[in-house]
Design a protein around this ligand. Structure first.
Ligand code: BTN
Length: 235
């Protein structure tokens, strides 16, 4: 679409009105009211980046397995960037894509559940491609990292290929590969770092991920588990 308020909202509304096939993509380079995680907004300069939403129907996953989809999508984006930048790309739990300590892409997955199954997922991806000036200091883009601009249509094709590869891997039941690769690329895994939870700063090391998607941290000899919004990383 030449312009869209939010590709996630648009695709969600569309699927409520009329059923759409798996693989449907809504994409724009001019998103005016992009939504991020935790009710935040997602800013993207007109014509510079990829902002898209992909419709998946992962009904082979039980509701309690939904974090596998988060891992597969994060890996798809991470694979794409790692190939493009030929460098280190990390996934900051649960699904921020980090290059040189800055965020290069964000993911917003909105699931619709029926009973015990994942009926539909709207996978929103904001990939910073050619934008070089950001309002926040913790953002980066492919152009900032490499010093030149990219063709958005070409990059869209590569990104979708990588996402498809990881989704097919997940669909064919290779969940242990997905989990292993996710942990391999997890930002700050095993490093002693400061975290903030419940107003308290503590030292710990990321030790893994629970089946539910909770973050497992080893701190002072005890294993602690954190859900979304329950923990923040300190610099
Ligand atoms: C985050 O907070 O990191 C997630 C950002 C997700 C942004 C993308 S851009 C395309 C899609 N449409 C939206 O409104 N949000 C997602």
């Amino acid at each position: 679409m030449p312009e869209c308020h939010s590709t996630n909202s648009f695709l969600l509304d569309l699927t409520r009105k009329i059923s759409q096939p798996e693989g449907t993509i809504v994409i724009t380079t001019q998103q005016s009211r992009g939504r991020g995680q935790h009710g935040n907004s997602w800013e993207s300069e007109k014509g510079k980046n990829l902002t898209l939403s992909l419709l998946l129907k992962p009904n082979f996953l039980a509701v309690k397995e939904q974090f596998y989809l988060t891992m597969a999508v994060s890996l798809g984006v991470c694979d794409f960037l790692a190939e493009r930048l030929a460098g280190s790309v990390k996934i900051k739990w649960p699904n921020d894509i980090i290059v040189s300590e800055r965020k290069a892409a964000g993911i917003l997955i909105e699931n619709t559940l029926t009973g015990e199954k994942l009926e539909q997922s709207v996978v929103g991806i904001g990939m910073n491609v050619n934008q070089t000036v950001f309002a926040t200091s913790n953002a980066t883009s492919m152009a900032i990292e490499l010093g030149y601009a990219f063709d958005l249509v070409t990059e869209f094709g590569f990104l979708i290929e990588k996402l498809e590869m990881r989704y097919l891997q997940l669909r064919s039941g290779k969940t242990s590969v997905i989990k292993m690769d996710y942990l391999k690329n997890l930002y700050r895994i095993g490093e002693e770092r400061s975290f903030l939870s419940n107003g308290r700063i503590f030292l710990g090391r990321i030790a893994g991920i629970e089946e539910s998607g909770k973050l497992r941290i080893l701190s002072d000899g005890s294993l602690l588990f954190f859900g979304l919004k329950e923990i923040a990383f300190i610099k």
